[in-house]
Design a protein around this ligand. Sequence first.
Ligand SMILES: *[C@@H]1O[C@H](CO)[C@@H](O)[C@H](O)[C@H]1NC(C)=O
Ligand SMILES: *[C@@H]1O[C@H](CO)[C@@H](O)[C@H](O)[C@H]1NC(C)=O
Ligand SMILES: *[C@@H]1O[C@H](CO)[C@@H](O)[C@H](O)[C@H]1NC(C)=O
Length: 645
Amino acid sequence: MTTKVLVFSLFFGVSINHKTAFAAFRIQNVFAQDVLDIHLDSLLTMQQGLGSPHSLQVATGHEALMKLRREMPTPYTCTVTTPMGVTFDVQTPPDDRFESWSDNCGVRVRNVVLADEGRWRLTATAGNDSISGWVEVYVEDDRTSYTAPTISLQDGQTHANVELTTLDNLYCMVAQPASESSVVAGHCEVTLDRITRAVKGNWDVFLGLPGKINELHVQRQVAVEAERLDVGFIHDSNANKVHLYCNILVTEKNITFCRFQRTNAASGYNVMDGLSDGVHSYYGEGFDQRQCGMTLEQPTAEDFGTWRCTVGVQAWVGALVEQQTPLQALISVSSNNRVGFIYITARLEETEAQTVFTQVDREFTVMCRADRALRYCWFQHPNGTQYTPLPLADENQQFWYTGEDFQAGDCGITFSHATEADAGLWTCHMGPSDQVGVEVTDRLNVRVTGPLAANYQQIDTVVGEKATVYCRTSNGVRPLDYCRFMTPSFVGLSVDETVTEENAILNRFYFTPGRELNLGDCSLTISSVQYEDLGVWTCAAVVNGDTEEARDTVTLYVSDSAHARTLSQAGIAGMVFGLAAMLAALGGVVWYKRHTLFPPKRSNRSTDPTVGFSRRTVSTTSSGGSSNSSVLENLELPTITSQRT
Ligand SMILES: *[C@@H]1O[C@H](CO)[C@@H](O)[C@H](O)[C@H]1NC(C)=O
Ligand SMILES: *[C@@H]1O[C@H](CO)[C@@H](O)[C@H](O)[C@H]1NC(C)=O
Ligand SMILES: *[C@@H]1O[C@H](CO)[C@@H](O)[C@H](O)[C@H]1NC(C)=O
């Protein structure tokens, strides 16, 4: 009888114990020789095999359930020996923490305490038969809560590991704010392909901890912060100083230089800690704190305007430190707080929309610039469709964001392929970052033309006055091989820079001074428009490198108001000279516009600082220009109409 019991217990030991091989060998011996030859240690091994579970982790306050794996024929007595050495019959426990459990010999221990850790022994006895086994109990501190600080993640980071707890859990279930829950085996850590603001918020984590049936609910607050510039100014009127600052927040990058420039000034200031020119000096806690600022002592009226800060940065790329694209932002400095952004824009609205020229299937850019940081920007196509530009990510993208960045007030969109349908008036809508509710708009005219395009296709002119028929290359500045015109009465004229007012063709046609074939201009000035000049003109040229001649048409007409003008003309003739000076000033605008209208090609970021703030300059100058030209219009000078670009 005893033999049989032992053989059975050997079987139980087999699948459980590391002494399996030994036990298996013994079994064979038992059967083969029918000899009972059990060593003491194998007996102990076998008997532990009868305890279930073999080892048990339990948190304090929880219950432990232990039993013998094998049944005993009833009736039997079940005795328990605690790790402290106390032995009792389960039917008569010394303490109501203990209770008989299961059909076999077993015990339930309620409200486990640290002292319960150790080996628990169970023995079942029926007559001369007895079996016993033990259970190794490990008591853990009960964890009912877990708190940890907010997890801060950097927007845009890729392959980011987010560790949710440092606990020794078996598994965890993680519920992010806006996605499905997932179960993670082992250490509670998730890897995010890319960090976006969508992961921001409260994460619910349920942990499976050893010794606990109930999962531990942990909440982790996750913050997602983007690298950004903290931009502003402090006007210390007591000390008569203005401090401008452009500090980088949430970044791993280090500052390499710090530059400030008034947007309407030609040069800026290279600001460094400890240096001063008597007026301009560094403001901030140091480059190592990622702070870039400038103090202006005794600020002048001009200093209260828009400044641009440029912060040079470098970052680790793999094992190398590399220079990165500088960060830029605009600061509107006013002595009495906010300057009217809307005011400036309202003035912009009055000016004529700029024209962007492009060719079918070519890339084109609609670019607007605000004088302060933007939160967003979008565009309205002439047919009403709205476009919100995203950064260029792959070569097949149809349109993408163009410009420095929103901080710098740039709102630009580039389309990879122009179609005829893209021609018309586009609107940019810009949302300033420091105010809500007011969207700022600007308009741009897009013309989809051939390689050569007329600047204005309709020219309101006055007989006896000067007029200019102006065509130019439409997709950037490209030299022309020649330039010719055909008058409405089919007279062909071939012109270049050598044809001047002095040697004018037919005494009135000459190449417009200041323009150049090499810069893509095909421009004819008519010193005194005659009736035969009214009608449709054709300009034609071969763009260098092209095989075909390109053409466009321009219509010269005389409107009713122009007739009226002719009559009052004599009275204002004296003002023409004064206004000529303004036209020269407008020439500067023309130059600027031409450079703005043909923005750099994709990925070719502007390095010329003047290009960067051209619009600001344009807006200021052209606002001035617009009032000038409205004066001119009131004075009804035809010259302006044809010269205005
Ligand atoms: C128990 O063992 C004793 C002595 O070895 C024997 O006399 C007795 O009959 C046994 N009892 C049973 C129930 O087997
Ligand atoms: C930035 O500066 C710190 C401290 O000088 C340095 O440990 C770190 O490597 C630097 N990082 C870069 C990108 O230059
Ligand atoms: C507007 O034009 C764009 C580009 O040609 C086109 O994709 C879009 O479908 C048009 N929308 C409407 C409403 O016609």
